[in-house]
Design a protein around this ligand. Structure first.
Ligand SMILES: Nc1ncnc2c1ncn2[C@@H]1O[C@H](COP(=O)(O)OP(=O)(O)OP(=O)(O)O)[C@@H](O)[C@H]1O
Length: 622
């Protein structure tokens, strides 16, 4: 049956587009201005770069680039003088001087070409180093504690993944190209100002400075809307990518639904928004481009006007025709180069507006992590390692925004050996209670104490990772053993085989080896790494839940939080997994609708509408 044959019960205008997460920062006005906020954020970027593990390399890279740039400028200066020398030699018809000049010209051109290529390479390498340092820092801050969870759950910054993978890269490469130009600009401007002064008098550099200030003011006027558009474009790019990723991720469901028309409409709509912002950005950039181009072409005229003054005032009356040509050429080069250096600075304004946009996106993510860390610090949550129980006292469970109270005045005490089963109708708040008991959500009132390192979570949709079977079964890996000793681990192949057999996956190793064409006696059966896509193909959703259960048996925590983690299993498989968990001495806090699971628990928490609940003991079933 095709989806179009469905008759929807409720017909509504489907404004079929993904609503981006609320971006409070984006709405708070002056986020994109080239002003104090941007400088503060840039300062923070540099502070991170200098404090990174590779500050020496980055510092050396910057230094080498600066020295290289200065050396290249000397070469460019000699290259720039050549036309003036040719004017003189050709004007004097000096054949003896012509060939050596030609040879020198070739050598200088070769040196200038090499210098330019080396500088491009140096800037790109510096960009890569900066990217590495900034991304490593972001990973360290963001993928730690609950920072990533809170950031995603609060949704106050859009697309954190895109900020890490794309915005940092663009920020780094833009900074690496702009930095050497800006660092070297003062030296070159000073040098060429002196040269220009000596040839054309004080009026020469003065005219160029006025010219530059006018250009800078015009540029400054058109920049803020560009920065805002760069920011918006990045956000829409992220939303567009999100839409495409969903099609890849849920290809099978969409195909089952025959939902391609709807998905295409949504993807086209997301693309439309990206294209819309891109056009808006291009229109704004047009004015900036116009200003920079006009100012750079006007430069040639200004240079001739500058040298015209001393010529008409008679300063060079004593010179021969060829000498005067040479002076005009040399002055054109010096003043044009001074103007060029200024126009390079103005041109950097365009890149600076990109940098401001990317900087805002990257540092906003850090600021969000700061806020979360401050909040956690102020709350001063600490584990009580000795208290082996999960205790909720007078807790109000509500959604993160606080709009919806799900459970009021919940008091429950889960001691080791006395498992709790949470039941209730859909949407009443069972998973929310688990989140609160685990510490992912803070209680709106009351207190929760939980031995976090003695807790293991089994979700309904099993989380499958890339790597070997051993890594799959031992996720999240060795770091978990913080309270080492309490978590008994098994590691040998025979132990892992026993684990798999306990959850009904005894055939898994054989299936993996045959799926990859390896021999049955593959000595790397547990250690050959595979991508997530492989595991998702090899394991059915029910088998993925079994892998999840095997992990709990691998780690043997004191407590396991089970959120309908056996929903895809047949009742025999479900029973044997629950029995295995109980036999392993794990105390369960489960959510389930199935009466058959009562016998593995000692207490039942029934969540009722309007925030009510009842907590009753479960009589032992003989
Ligand atoms: N992150 C969130 N932000 C806002 N509201 C949320 C959030 N998560 C859940 N809710 C709301 O809380 C209510 C309870 O959700 P919860 O997932 O806890 O229910 P449940 O009892 O586990 O449902 P089910 O049996 O269907 O799994 C729902 O109405 C949902 O809208």
């Amino acid at each position: 049956m095709h989806a179009s044959t469905f008759q929807p019960l409720v017909s509504h205008d489907s404004e079929d587009h993904y609503t981006p997460p609320l971006d409070k920062n984006a709405n708070s006005g002056n986020q994109y201005a080239v002003g104090m906020l941007m400088l503060r954020r840039l300062y923070r970027i540099f502070a991170v770069l200098l404090a990174s593990r590779t500050p020496k390399r980055i510092g050396l890279g910057c230094g080498a680039l600066l020295v290289g740039k200065l050396a290249a400028e000397v070469v460019f200066y000699y290259a720039g003088r050549l036309p003036s020398e040719f004017y003189k030699v050709l004007g004097d018809k000096d054949l003896k001087a012509f060939f050596p000049l030609l040879l020198r010209c070739m050598a200088v051109v070769a040196a200038a070409g090499t210098a330019r290529a080396a500088l491009d390479y140096g800037a790109a390498a510096l960009g890569v180093m900066m990217r590495s340092a900034l991304t490593t820092y972001t990973h360290k801050r963001y993928i730690r504690g609950r920072a990533f969870y809170e950031t995603v759950a609060r949704g106050t910054v859009d697309n954190p993944d895109q900020r890490i993978t794309q915005d940092i890269e663009r920020l780094s490469s833009s900074m690496a190209t702009i930095l050497p130009e800006l660092l070297i600009a003062p030296f070159l401007i000073a040098y060429y100002t002196v040269r220009c002064w000596s040839m054309a008098g004080p009026l020469g550099p003065l005219a160029i400075y006025v010219y530059f200030v006018a250009g800078a003011l015009c540029t400054r006027a058109v920049m803020p809307p560009i920065i805002r558009r760069v920011y918006q474009q990045e956000r829409e790019e992220g939303n567009f990518r999100f839409q495409e990723i969903r099609i890849t991720e849920f290809a099978e469901s969409i195909a089952f639904f025959a939902g391609e028309d709807r998905e295409r409409t949504a993807a086209d709509a997301a693309l439309g928004r990206v294209i819309g912002v891109q056009h808006a950005l291009l229109r704004k950039q047009f004015w900036l481009g116009l200003i920079t181009q006009v100012f750079s072409y006007l430069g040639a005229t200004v240079s001739y006007a500058i040298i015209a003054v001393p010529i008409f005032l008679g300063k060079y009356d004593a010179k021969t025709g060829s000498e005067l040509s040479s002076i005009i050429s040399m002055n054109a080069f010096v003043s044009m180069y001074l103007i060029y250096r200024f126009s390079v600075v103005i041109e950097q304004a365009k890149k600076l507006s990109d940098i401001a946009g990317y900087t805002a996106r990257v540092v906003q993510l850090w600021e969000e992590v700061d806020r979360i860390e401050d909040m956690e610090h102020n709350l001063g949550e600490e584990d009580d390692e000795d208290d082996m129980r999960i205790v909720a006292e007078n807790v109000t469970v509500s959604t993160p925004s606080g709009e919806q109270v799900l459970v009021s005045a919940l008091t429950v005490d889960v001691v080791a050996g006395r498992s709790l089963l949470i039941t209730g109708p859909n949407g009443v708040g069972k998973t929310s209670v688990l989140r609160t008991l685990c510490g992912l959500w803070r209680p709106a009132a009351g207190s929760v104490r939980v031995p976090r390192h003695e807790l293991f979570f089994l979700p309904q949709a099993a989380y499958i990772v890339s790597g070997s079977l051993r890594e799959q079964l031992s996720y999240p890996g060795h770091q978990r053993g913080q309270s080492s000793g309490s978590l008994a681990r098994v590691c040998g192949d025979a132990d892992l085989a026993r684990l798999l057999s306990a959850v009904g996956l005894a055939q898994l190793v054989g299936r993996i080896t045959s799926a990859t064409g390896a021999s049955a006696a593959d000595h790397l059966a547990y250690d050959r790494p595979y991508p997530v896509s492989f595991w998702l193909k090899v394991l059915s959703p029910g088998e993925q839940q079994k892998v999840s259960a095997a992990r709990a048996l691998f780690w043997r925590p004191r407590f396991a939080i089970l959120d309908e983690c056996t929903s895809a299993l047949d009742s025999a498989a479900e029973a044997s997994i629950y029995q295995a968990l109980v036999d392993a001495g794990i105390t369960l806090v489960s959510v389930s609708h199935r009466q058959s699971l009562l016998k593995y628990h000692h207490m039942r928490l029934d969540l009722l509408p309007q925030g009510q609940y009842s907590l009753t003991p479960i009589p032992a079933i003989a």
